[in-house]
Design a protein around this ligand. Structure first.
Ligand code: GLC
Length: 420
């Protein structure tokens, strides 16, 4: 009898296992850590884990896109199963595609809900290698109280910005606020400088370094003027330390009330409005200025989610991507941390617009954001960007823009001859 009961018990347990949830797995997701990125990633991933009976491990990665890419390349070249879901930059699909799973069969249906240009960005050789998670565009943050105090309008040209920043900086210092600077941005030699410099050049009518057909266009007079303008800011309206600033250093200065203007991504909005921000309620957001004959340009940034080919849990990893890139989670992130959705319908959502007025007022800026030349240069993009930001960095440090851009064009053309 005892033997029979045991056998029946085993049978019942087996049936329960078949009917019940899949055995719990632990999924690792790598996230950035700029501003609230890491905690927001964890909140979203843990909600999925609770719903599905799995566990998640959130892996923090370097803040610098340049350093993060180097880490990913190491992990993926080693075919490591340590990370299942990767937060990848909008500029990386062409570089990382060989290591990423094709999401088309499982998540292809999701693509229709996102901006088509972002889905196209994530489609490499006919394979959907990532889904868009949040969208970035370079924005001009300004101090509404200071502009009002000095009767200064929101600048529309770089010349307006330079004049306004200089004037307010001088007046504030004369009033005893010695630490105030006019304009902070990202001047460190890394991917963020590529974004800033692309904006300066494109908004002067100087193109996008490499054009859509793959032609190197960076050596032109408008680009020279753009870089000379930016060089003129260093140690006048921008602190000398701006040459070491990434996003968070610029935000630190602005949020503590020591800068009139700042160039940054949308994430800085909700932090500037946070309870511990010195500038809460005193911040406006506008499109970045333009050059004398140009139009405003905002670099297109953003982060997408991909599944590693070496993941031991591909089905679960894709389900986690589905959850995080889904409408409800994107809305939650927009409300709590001002991450711009990649889903057009969320721009019509009243709560999203109320929490982030700039998402509605600058809708055109997001839709017309200027992509870096990552699709056309594909796997070579990182080399192209490194050459570009290294050159810009030399110019900002005092080098001549004209010869520097001529030499850069020659180097880019050499890279091009090896194929892009
Ligand atoms: C942000 C953007 C990303 C860009 C990076 C540069 O993370 O989302 O696209 O490459 O900033 O610092």
């Amino acid at each position: 009898m005892a033997g029979r009961r045991t056998a029946a018990g085993i049978l019942v347990a087996g049936m329960l296992a078949l009917a019940g949830p899949a055995p719990a797995a632990t999924l690792a997701i790598s996230c950035g850590a700029v501003g609230q990125e890491l905690e927001q990633c964890r909140t979203g991933a843990e909600a999925w884990a609770r719903q599905t009976g799995n566990a998640v491990k959130v892996v923090s990665t370097p803040n610098s896109a340049t350093e993060r890419l180097a880490l990913y390349q190491q992990i993926l070249a080693a075919r490591s199963p340590d990370i299942d879901v990767l937060q990848i930059d909008v500029i990386w699909p062409g570089i990382l595609a060989p290591h990423l799973r094709d999401l088309t069969p499982t998540l292809g249906g999701e693509a229709a809900g996102h901006f088509p240009a972002l889905v196209a960005n994530d489609t490499v050789g006919g394979k959907l290698v990532a889904l868009p998670w949040f969208m970035d565009a370079g924005l001009l943050y300004y101090r509404t109280d200071l502009l009002q105090k000095y009767g200064v309008a929101v600048p529309e040209t770089w010349a307006d910005l330079t004049a306004a920043a200089a004037r307010i900086q001088a007046a504030e210092r004369a009033a005893g606020h010695n630490g105030v600077w006019g304009y902070v941005w990202q001047g460190r030699a890394y991917e963020g400088l590529t974004c800033n410099a692309l904006e300066w050049i494109a908004s002067h009518g100087g193109g996008t370094v490499v054009d859509g057909a793959g032609k190197v266009t960076v050596d032109n007079p408008a680009a020279v003027r753009a870089l000379e303008t930016a060089r003129g800011w260093v140690d006048t309206i921008s602190p000398p330390g701006v040459l070491t600033y990434a996003e968070e250093e610029a935000r630190g200065l602005f949020q503590s009330g020591r800068a009139v203007f700042m160039r940054n991504w949308p994430y800085a909005w909700s932090l500037a409005q946070g309870a511990d921000s010195s500038v809460k309620g005193k911040v406006g957001v506008a499109a970045l200025p333009r050059g004398p004959d140009g139009r405003p340009a905002a670099a297109l940034g953003g982060q997408h989610l991909a599944v590693s080919k070496y993941s031991a849990h591909p089905a679960l990893a894709m389900d986690l991507v589905r959850h995080l890139t889904g409408r409800a989670e994107q809305k939650r992130r927009a409300l709590e941390a001002s991450f711009n959705p990649t889903r057009p319908d969320l721009y019509d959502d009243r709560e999203v617009a109320a929490a982030n007025p700039f998402m509605a007022s600058l809708r055109a800026t997001f839709q017309a954001a200027t992509p870096r030349p990552s699709t056309i240069t594909g796997a070579r993009y990182n080399r192209v960007s490194q050459e570009f930001f290294t050159t810009v960095s030399l110019v900002l440090g005092g080098g001549g823009a004209d010869p520097a851009l001529e030499a850069l064009a020659a180097r880019l053309n050499r890279i091009k001859r090896r194929g892009w």
